[in-house]
Design a protein around this ligand. Structure first.
Ligand code: APR
Ligand code: PHB
Length: 402
């Protein structure tokens, strides 16, 4: 980053790639660019503490773990991440294990998204990277020129970041997607008639592997963060207020939906955090316009049932990192040009998988007996057919090439 010397233009900075958003997408892109010798500045509207504490999903596909290893970010992941070789599906009072590693040779690692974010921030700061927190991008200009500008506000001042390219990694509610002129992008979306209530609890997990439960009162998921911390989710109505869910009601509902197999009970403990997240599927195409490249939640959202959100964000920027390296290193434009098409192949595979898992496991808002029978048939098929279980498993652990 270089600052212009004169006082009057003190609020102007210049870099090669201007990145909006310090989530997994923006931070990993900045790290990858650094490894390729390319300069970037990350603008993040929230504080460092906020992004490091924000509780999000926690499943890393094998490919994401490999990326973190390859780029020198896996020290703590190796110590604290938990490798899982299967998941459990619970329905009809029965429990069925999908042995993912046996079926695919690959595994997932449970490691909270905010831990990945902490590791990335630490690595960028240790390398002298420019991460500007509480810097709110308000407008993107000149995206169709070779010197776009990100206008942002920091400490009550208007500032500008001039760059060669802008990476819009600012999530679903960010400004980047909206900077593309009307008529260029096409959105594909689906909202679901339910939300997830997520709970982080100081309770030793009563499971070794994640449990996905289909219950007549709605879906429930038993996940974990460490030997002391459980992460649990309940399907709730889309307009549900968190105030309507005191801890005792949450535990009672979790017991009803999860304690369906004889002799098994969950462990309760103090609730550390709880929140409600809406469920939606969303894709915008293309993922690029002129000098703006969009990645992660800024261009696609999946319902969390397939645990794909963070993995897609990392896969997008792995492509972008290579594309920028080819541009700056060899004046090649091909990878930048094919970025959107290549990324969208993985995005749509994950869209289908996430929609499929969601449809198989949730109770629909209106009672639909035909749909309920289809769910039961699908679950039974996964539980009894190695071919169908392998399809679930290979999507869940992540397909190496899509
Ligand atoms: N200016 C600067 N930063 C912004 C702006 C803005 N105008 N708008 C949003 N941001 C920041 C947000 O505060 C957030 O930290 O952009 C960041 C986007 O990060 P994420 O939402 O984590 O999105 P992404 O990096 O694409 O990662 C996707 O996050 O939501 C989960 O399930 C999702 O796991 C997936 C992952
Ligand atoms: C989580 O641990 O937060 C988690 C796990 C699996 C999912 C979604 C979230 O499908």
């Amino acid at each position: 980053m270089t600052r212009n010397g004169t006082n009057e233009e003190d609020a102007r900075m210049r870099t090669q790639v201007g990145i909006v958003g310090a989530g997994p997408a923006g931070l990993m892109l900045s790290h990858l660019l650094h490894l390729h010798g390319i300069e970037s500045v990350v603008l993040e509207c929230r504080s460092r503490e906020y992004v490091e504490q924000r509780v999000r999903a926690g499943v890393l596909e094998q490919g994401s773990v490999d990326l973190l290893h390859r780029t020198g970010l896996a020290d703590r992941l190796l110590r604290e991440g938990m490798r899982h070789e299967g998941i459990e599906l619970r329905f009809d009072g029965e429990s069925h294990r999908v042995p993912m590693t046996e079926l695919t040779g690959r595994a997932i690692t449970v490691y909270g998204q905010q831990e990945v974010v902490k590791d990335l921030i630490a690595a960028r700061l240790a390398a002298g990277g420019s991460l500007l927190f509480e810097a709110d991008a308000v407008r993107l200009d000149g995206l169709d020129s070779d010197s776009p500008v990100i206008h942002f506000r920091r400490d009550g001042r208007d500032e500008e970041l001039h760059c060669d390219f802008v990476a819009g990694c600012d999530g679903f509610h960010g400004v980047s997607r909206g900077a593309v002129p009307d008529g260029v992008l096409r959105a594909y979306e689906r909202t679901y008639p339910f939300a997830w209530l997520g709970v982080l609890a100081a309770a030793p997990p009563a499971v070794d592997e994640l449990v996905y439960a289909n219950h007549e009162r709605g879906f429930a998921l038993y996940s974990l963060r460490s030997p002391e911390i459980s992460r649990l989710y309940l399907q709730v109505a889309p307009d549900e207020e968190i105030a309507a869910w005191p801890d005792e009601r949450i535990w009672a509902e979790l017991r009803t939906r999860l304690e369906t197999v004889p002799g098994w009970s969950l462990n309760e403990g103090p609730v550390l955090e709880k929140s409600i997240t809406p469920m939606r599927s969303f894709v915008v195409e293309p993922m690029q316009w002129q000098r703006l490249f969009l990645a992660g939640d800024a261009v696609h959202i999946v319902p969390p049932t397939g645990a794909k959100g963070m993995n897609l964000a990392l896969a997008d920027v792995a492509l972008l990192g290579d594309a920028f390296a080819a541009w700056y290193g060899q004046q090649r434009t091909d990878l930048l040009e094919t970025y959107s098409t290549t990324a969208l192949r993985r995005v749509w595979r994950a869209q289908h998988f996430s929609w499929w898992m969601t449809s198989m496991l949730h109770r629909l808002e209106k009672d639909d007996p035909y749909e309920t029978k289809l769910q039961a048939a699908t679950l039974r098929y996964v539980a009894t057919s190695a071919a169908y279980a392998t399809s679930l498993a290979e999507n869940y652990v992540g397909l190496p090439e899509v």
